[in-house]
Design a protein around this ligand. Sequence first.
Ligand code: DAH
Length: 363
Amino acid sequence: MPGTSSPEETPGAPPRTPEEVERALEGVLEAVRGCPDAPSLRRLAAEWVSGRGSRQRAWFSALKSAADPAAMGRALNAFKSAVEAAVEERLRALEGAGPDRAGGAPEGGFDPTVPGRRPAAGGLHPITLVARELEAVFANLGFEIATGPEVEDPAHNFDGLNIPPDHPARDPSENFTLPGGLLLRSQTSPVQVRVLESRSPPLRILAPGRVYRPDTVDARHLYAFHQVEGLCVGEGISMADLKGTLAAFAEGFYGDGAKTRFRPSYFPFTEPSAEMDVSCPACGGSGSAGGNRCATCGGEGWMELLGCGMVHPDVLRRAGHDPERWTGFAFGMGIERAAMRRWGIEDIRSLVENDVRFLGQFR
Ligand code: DAH
């Protein structure tokens, strides 16, 4: 660099006169003032004056051979003090600390330049993550979010869904029945009824939410869990729309190439009814992984994901819509189950134990 003399450019040969020491000093001082940070400043100081192997020390040991050893000794001492003072000054400028703070905080003291300790950041629960992703996938298919109360009446939880009075699901031992005849909803399907009562088709809604059943807690059951309900009603909606929509959902949620299969089933509020399986995301549907039986689907190649069907004419009629004009499809799925499938979670209880070692994996 023209006009500046870095210490590297200072002749390697030791100075033999006080004048040569002075010239070396000028180069070093300039390098000190231009030093960009504390570590390189300390390196520089070590090289020239403070280290055991510093140049100043080496020059000192060659003192005897100087023409005027006494003058040379004074020059070398002055060199050392001048470099040290310049280093101190530069350190203060770099660290922005007061005169007594040069070189860093005193032991045990507070150093305002040290970065603070970051508190551990929280994250969203895997159930929330899955619910939001489901909402996003179905939003792309034109579905709006709908909600309903967790404390329901039998008219919405059962009657409006065509569930007859003697149906076993209505037995008080199968539900959390509250004083006064209300109950904690056992499914998100009553949101279908509420939406159909308050709006006219065409409509497409998705209703995620918490549901309750008095099941004994084990690796596959909780007494409070989450479902997501879907409903699409319009003119000319057919089973083909149901299959196309749910196949698109499976690809959106489990990735391109996810296959679906429908098996006949029964629900009082749909006719016909089906259960949809999705090809196992772990083995791609082959049932084997690395020559062994796929652990995720147990070798089946398929995993049961949701219940669905064409909205029963009685459900439409009860809500005041003409089933000759309007048709539609509906589906319901457990969010815990979808999350477990997604990440290979084996025990549903790990989702409610609040162990941050588990939860921290889903950020
Ligand atoms: N409500 C059903 C359940 O809890 C799930 C379900 C099945 C919902 C079929 C639907 C449907 O909307 O069409 O098991």
